[in-house]
Design a protein around this ligand. Structure first.
Ligand SMILES: CC(C)(COP(=O)(O)OP(=O)(O)OC[C@H]1O[C@@H](n2cnc3c(N)ncnc32)[C@H](O)[C@@H]1OP(=O)(O)O)[C@@H](O)C(=O)NCCC(=O)NCCS
Length: 189
């Protein structure tokens, strides 16, 4: 498990699959994701089996927060979304990150920023990466703000890189280098 103040990241389990099916069929959750068609339990089970064959560095993490009021029993942690590193390149020492919070009651409470900060710590301090980047729909203002708060800067714009519901939008590329992250974390200490 990897912990920060309010969240922890853990490996996905088969038990998580029904939650993913629920979330990935929610149009609001998928509004800025590349998931455009309905997702079945069988699709997600297949995704899970394929995921287990990927290198451990590239296997996703479930995002959990503390469950309130479980002193008398019940699981102390609750799954709210998923995140992962993708396309690790060990020559350039770079990777892409992605995340989604499927539990909409958890949006705009700082969890996305906290997850991203935790992924940056994991990526730079544990995996020894030098560059971490992401791609985000220009209309995803909450996402862009969360990534900026975590230290990402805009590095490029793929014009009309997104097509959804009959319209094109730009796909923003954002990144952070290890030197920038180090500076930012040192300044906060
Ligand atoms: C995008 C996502 C990860 C962000 O996580 P989050 O926990 O909601 O983000 P945070 O609370 O850390 O930060 C969001 C910030 O954006 C701001 N924000 C939200 N909507 C906004 C809008 N329409 N315009 C401007 N700012 C906005 C919030 O106020 C907050 O900023 P603040 O802390 O300065 O007030 C999450 O909403 C999510 O998973 N959405 C669905 C899937 C998705 O889009 N994934 C990302 C694909 S790149």
């Amino acid at each position: 498990m990897i912990y920060s103040e309010r969240i922890r990241l853990r490996r996905n389990e088969r038990l998580d699959i029904p939650k993913f099916v629920e979330w990935l069929n929610d149009p609001e959750v998928c509004r800025y994701l590349s998931v455009t068609l309905p997702v079945s339990l069988a699709n997600e089970e297949q995704w899970f089996e394929n995921m287990l064959k990927r290198p451990t560095d590239e296997q996703p993490y479930g995002i959990e927060i503390r469950n309130i009021g479980t002193e008398g029993g019940g699981h102390p942690w609750r799954l709210i979304g998923n995140c992962s590193f993708m396309d690790l390149n060990w020559t350039v020492r770079s990777a892409e990150v992605g995340l989604f919070i499927g539990d909409k009651s958890c949006w705009n409470k700082g969890y996305g920023t906290e997850v991203m900060r935790l992924l940056l710590r994991l990526g730079f301090e544990t995996l020894n990466l030098n560059r971490i980047f992401l791609r985000v729909d220009e209309a995803n203002k909450g996402g862009i703000r969360a990534y900026e708060k975590a230290g990402f800067i805009l590095e490029g714009r793929f014009r009309q890189g997104v097509y959804q519901k009959g319209e094109y939008r730009d796909l923003l590329h954002m990144s952070i280098l290890r030197s920038e992250w180090k500076l930012e974390t040192q300044e906060k200490r």
